[in-house]
Design a protein around this ligand. Structure first.
Ligand code: ADP
Length: 670
């Protein structure tokens, strides 16, 4: 019975091994699955990035084209009207500025003309020239400023053209400064600045520029506010295009800024700074495209067949800036250039949601192309070219959340880890339950075994007495009456059966508890077999058995005599039990080579071939129902086999169904 617990502990070992093996397999699978998972995600990212760059390039191209179409709408109409409407082109399409030039290639918007540009020749009146000569003479040679003033007034009256008047005003202001009449000079400059905004001298230089230069040099704080108003109106004039820009504008703007800076507390400084910045940008615009436009106009003038054509020529800024370009159209009356900003188109493409539907979120940016990076995919970043017009730039696509892959892998690790922990937890819990169960089972088994062993032991003592006294009675009752003899016979037979049964149970219990051990002593086996037969003879007789003995003399072996007796008594008793008709028994003892054989042969019902292995199993009985009438526990052969094996021997069986069986005990000689 305790064997069950041994089996149980085997189960436990199997269970633990299963836990370890399946845990390891699961861990291995999880790890390989996770590394596969990372690879898969990274592959997905680069595929999506390729798709995103492709879509971006398409979006960019479309945007550029629609911008070109919009600009061409403006140049279709050759009047000046649309120029003012250019504001309508939404800047978020990528349009950042524009220029307009007249038929001679002079900038109209922004209004820009370099000094030295040839103007119409001067044709002043004779009277004007005469008076001017007198005035200048009195100012510079005679140094009679009063008279000079009078002559200048007269000259002014003789002036016809605006440029002549402006020229005289300018001279008069100069004169007043020499006469130390700054107030007067200031007033004159005011006149020039308000009435002669667009008037230039013979070399195309605006008189207002002279006025501003002089005014900035005048130091009269009382005039600050009035001065600021003048500067504001000058800067506004530049910004609106009513005063022209030229190469010296930049320096002039810087001077204004210096003037402004030296008097921080002056009001309007912010406004002035803004206007200066605005005008500087206009100058930058002109500077950037002046030379490419001039080069284009000079080349194209000879092959001018472009009048009706609204195709644009793409100009790159002279500054080498790669972030913008100009769509330039040269018309018969005016030319126009639209400046397109890379960043602006980029933003509009991104804003329009160009992208394909992707698993991950990406961010796009523009990077400058170097010698080798025109296409690259490294570290989950893809860079690629996207437009022939901006060939120096690349679009760079990278993950918005750079850690997203690590995060996803981590999440999966956590899930797998948890799964594994839960799995192992359940396993460990199972183990715990199994252990509890086994321990209980083992305790119970021990109790049962102890109980059986105790009870059988207790039974044995009174039974031995019963048997002994019954035997004594039987011996002495030769002349007793038949009935009494019959009864003592029954008592003897049944108590012998009981005794063997108890012995078997006791031995079995010992085997199960692993307590079966023998003190082997060199014994004469012939005597032992004989003694056993004497003990059993009585039963053979009353069962009418024919016994044949063939025992070799003085066969010695190291055995436990009581054990051998019990084994033999079990075999003989089985032969009696399972031989219902042919009641014959052969017992042979012989020695061959270094082995001793004790054969017990009967001619009874025999054992089916397929059951031969099973009969030695505990509790096993062949055809239990059929044998129901034959008493037995199914322990006899189990115990016999254990007894023999404990004495280094073997128990063999041969049997033919219906013909009989032979059980052979094989022992070693020494
Ligand atoms: P039991 O108490 O049933 O005799 P055993 O362990 O001694 O138990 O024998 C097991 C079974 O083997 C028996 O039930 C019987 O069917 C079969 N068996 C044992 N000895 C013989 C025999 N000599 N002839 C036929 N069958 C036998």
């Amino acid at each position: 019975m305790l064997k069950f617990s041994v089996k149980g502990s085997k189960l436990l070992v199997i269970f633990i091994l299963t836990v370890i093996v399946s845990g390891s397999i699961l861990t291995y699978l999880s790890i390989s699955n996770i590394s596969n998972y990372r690879e898969l995600l990274e592959k997905k990212v680069s595929e999506e990035q390729a798709e995103v760059t492709k879509n971006f390039a398409i979006g960019f191209q479309n945007n550029f084209q629609s911008l070109t179409l919009k600009c061409s709408d403006y140049v279709q109409n050759d009047s000046l009207q649309p120029i003012n409407d250019l504001k309508d082109i939404p800047s978020n399409h990528g349009f950042i500025n524009y220029v307009v030039l007249d038929h001679k290639g002079v900038f109209i918007k922004p209004y820009f003309m370099n000094a030295g540009f040839s103007l119409a020749p001067l044709t002043a009146s004779k009277r004007y020239s005469e008076k001017l000569r007198l005035a200048v003479n009195h100012e510079f040679v005679v140094k009679d400023f009063k008279r000079a003033e009078t002559f200048y007034f007269e000259t002014l009256r003789a002036a016809v053209r605006a440029s002549d008047s402006a020229h005289i005003y300018n001279a008069m202001a100069r004169l007043y400064l020499k006469m130390n009449r700054p107030q007067k000079a200031f007033e004159i400059y005011q006149i020039i600045l308000s009435d002669f905004k667009n008037t230039t001298n013979a070399s195309g230089f605006p008189y207002v520029y002279f006025s501003i230069i002089k005014l900035l040099k005048m130091e009269e704080p009382s005039k600050d506010e009035a001065m600021q108003q003048l500067l504001l109106s000058f800067l506004n004039g530049l910004a609106e295009g009513s005063i022209l820009l030229n190469e010296s504008t930049e320096e002039l703007l810087d001077n204004i800024l210096t003037w402004q800076d030296s008097f921080q507390e002056r009001a309007n400084s912010k406004q002035i700074e803004t206007l200066i910045a605005l005008n500087k940008r206009k100058l930058e615009l002109v500077n950037a495209y002046k030379s490419p436009i001039e080069a284009l106009i000079n080349n194209k003038l000879n092959t001018s067949s472009q009048a009706e054509n609204t195709d644009f020529i793409i100009l790159k800024p002279g500054s080498g800036d790669t972030n913008e370009l100009m769509l330039f159209f040269k018309g018969p009356n005016k030319s126009m250039g639209f400046i397109i900003g890379l960043q602006a188109i980029f933003s509009s493409v991104i804003g329009a949601g160009f992208g394909p539907i992707t698993k991950f979120e990406y961010e796009l940016s523009l990077v400058e192309k170097t010698g080798t990076n025109f296409f690259s995919t490294t570290g989950l970043i893809t860079q690629n070219e996207f437009s022939p017009h901006f060939e120096d730039s690349l679009v760079r696509v990278s993950l918005k959340n750079k850690e997203v892959i690590n995060e996803m892998v981590f999440k999966r690790k956590v899930i797998y880890g948890l799964g594994l922990i839960i799995f192992l937890g359940i396993m460990v819990f199972g183990l715990y339950l199994l252990k509890q169960d086994l321990q209980r089972e083992m305790r119970m088994n021990k109790l049962r075994a102890d109980f059986v062993s105790n009870v059988t032991h207790e039974l044995k003592t009174p039974l031995t007495s019963i048997y002994m006294f019954a035997e004594a009675l039987h011996m002495k009752q030769d002349n007793a009456d038949i009935k009494q003899k019959k009864y003592t016979n029954i008592i003897l037979k049944e108590s012998e059966k009981l005794k063997r049964m108890i012995n078997n149970i006791l031995e079995f219990s010992r085997t199960e508890n692993d307590k079966l051990s023998y003190n082997l002593e060199l014994t004469n086996l012939t005597d032992i077999v004989n003694a056993s037969i004497v003990e059993m003879n009585y039963f053979l007789e009353i069962n009418n058995f024919e016994l044949h003995l063939d025992l070799e003399d003085n066969v010695f072996a190291a055995v436990d005599p009581e054990g051998i007796k019990q084994a033999l008594s079990n075999l003989v008793s089985n032969a009696i039990k399972y031989s219902p008709t042919h009641k014959k028994l052969n017992i042979v003892l012989f020695k061959r080579d270094d082995k001793i054989y004790i054969e017990v042969e009967d001619f009874g019902k025999g054992i089916p071939k397929d059951k031969l292995e099973l009969i030695f199993e505990k509790f096993y009985r062949v055809n239990a129902t059929e044998n129901e009438t034959i008493s037995g526990t199914g322990l006899g052969l189990t115990v016999t086999k254990a007894i023999i094996e404990k004495q280094n021997g073997k128990l063999l069986v041969e049997s033919r169904l219906g013909e009989g069986s032979t059980f052979t005990i094989v022992l070693n000689t020494m």
